[in-house]
Design a protein around this ligand. Structure first.
Ligand code: ZN
Length: 261
C-alpha cells in the first residue's frame, strides 16, 4: 500500500438512477456512490474518494478536481453526447499527463474512451439477463490479484460481444463468455502517454453487479494498478532537448527549417 492515499474521483452521468425505478432500487445513491463506497470498503485509508456527475458545473471535472485525481472511474450510458467536448479534452490531457482511467461497462461508447482509443469502440449487445463467465487470461496481472480459480461468473449480465472495435489492448486480463455463446474482451488495459487505462465489461444498471465480490475486487485492484507511479513523463508536448554530452558533428542544422518555438 502506498504511503499517500490514491485520490479517486468516481464519475457518473447519474441519469438512469433518477429516471428508472428498477435502477434506483439497486443504486439509490447512484452508481458513482456505489463505486466509491466499494473502494472505501476494500481499500480503506489507501484511497481518498470523491464523486462527480454530469449535472455539476463542468460535469464536476474542473482542472482543479482533475489535478487532484490520481484515478478517474467512468460510468455513462444514456448521456454520452451531453458530455462537453472541452471536458473531454481536459480529461484526455490529464490521462496523457499520468492520471489513471477506469472505464466501466457502457462507458465503452463514451466520448473520452473513443477519443483515447481512436476507434468507434462499438460492440454487439443483448439484454437477456444471461450468465457471464469471465475467464482470467492473465493470472499474474495485478488486476487479477486475489481472484480464486480460473474464472468467475455473474448470474445475470448484459451480453457484450465481439467484434469490439478497439485497438489491440496492451494487456488482456479477462475474456468474457456469455450463455448465448458470444465471447468478448471483457477486461483490457491500454497506455496513453503517461496514463494507464482499464476497460471492464460488467456493470449493467439493472443488475446488482457492483455488489459482486469479484467485481469489487477487480475494480479495487484496477484503481491501485492505474494510479500514477511517479513517471517523469508528463506528456507536455514538444520540448527541445539539450545534449547530455558534447556533439562533434560537422553538419550544421539550418535553424530556418524549424517553426518558431
Ligand atoms: Zn448495459
Amino acid at each position: 500500500m502506498p504511503d499517500t492515499p490514491i485520490r479517486v474521483t468516481g464519475w457518473n452521468e447519474f441519469v438512469h438512477e433518477r429516471t428508472n425505478q428498477a435502477v434506483a432500487e439497486i443504486y439509490p445513491d447512484g452508481i458513482h456512490a456505489a463505486i466509491v463506497k466499494l473502494l472505501d470498503e476494500r481499500l480503506g485509508s489507501a484511497v481518498r474518494t470523491r464523486t462527480a456527475t454530469l449535472d455539476e458545473p463542468e460535469h464536476g471535472l474542473t482542472d482543479d478536481v482533475l489535478s487532484e485525481t490520481d484515478v478517474l472511474t467512468w460510468w455513462g450510458h444514456a448521456a454520452h453526447d451531453r458530455v462537453d467536448d472541452a471536458v473531454v479534452d481536459r480529461v484526455q490531457r490529464h490521462v496523457l499527463e499520468g492520471m489513471g482511467l477506469i472505464v466501466l461497462h457502457s462507458g465503452h461508447a463514451s466520448k473520452i474512451f473513443r477519443r483515447l482509443m481512436g476507434t468507434n469502440c462499438s460492440l454487439r449487445w443483448r439484454e437477456a439477463a444471461e450468465r457471464e463467465r469471465l475467464w482470467i487470461v492473465n493470472p499474474s496481472h495485478p488486476i487479477a490479484e486475489g481472484l480464486e480459480g480460473e474464472y468467475f461468473e455473474l448470474a445475470h449480465a448484459e451480453m457484450y460481444g465481439e467484434f469490439f472495435d478497439i485497438p489491440a489492448p496492451d494487456e488482456l486480463i479477462f475474456i468474457s463468455w456469455f450463455e448465448g455463446g458470444e465471447v468478448f474482451r471483457g477486461g483490457s488495459t491500454f497506455r496513453r502517454g503517461g496514463g494507464k487505462i482499464f476497460y471492464f465489461c460488467p456493470g449493467h444498471e439493472t443488475f446488482p453487479i457492483y455488489y459482486d465480490k469479484n467485481v469489487r475486487r477487480v475494480i479495487a485492484n484496477a484503481v491501485r494498478w492505474a494510479a500514477p507511479c511517479g513517471s517523469p513523463y508528463r506528456g507536455k508536448g514538444r520540448n527541445i532537448a539539450e545534449p547530455l554530452s558534447p556533439i562533434t558533428a560537422e553538419h550544421k542544422v539550418d535553424e530556418s527549417l524549424h517553426r518558431p518555438k
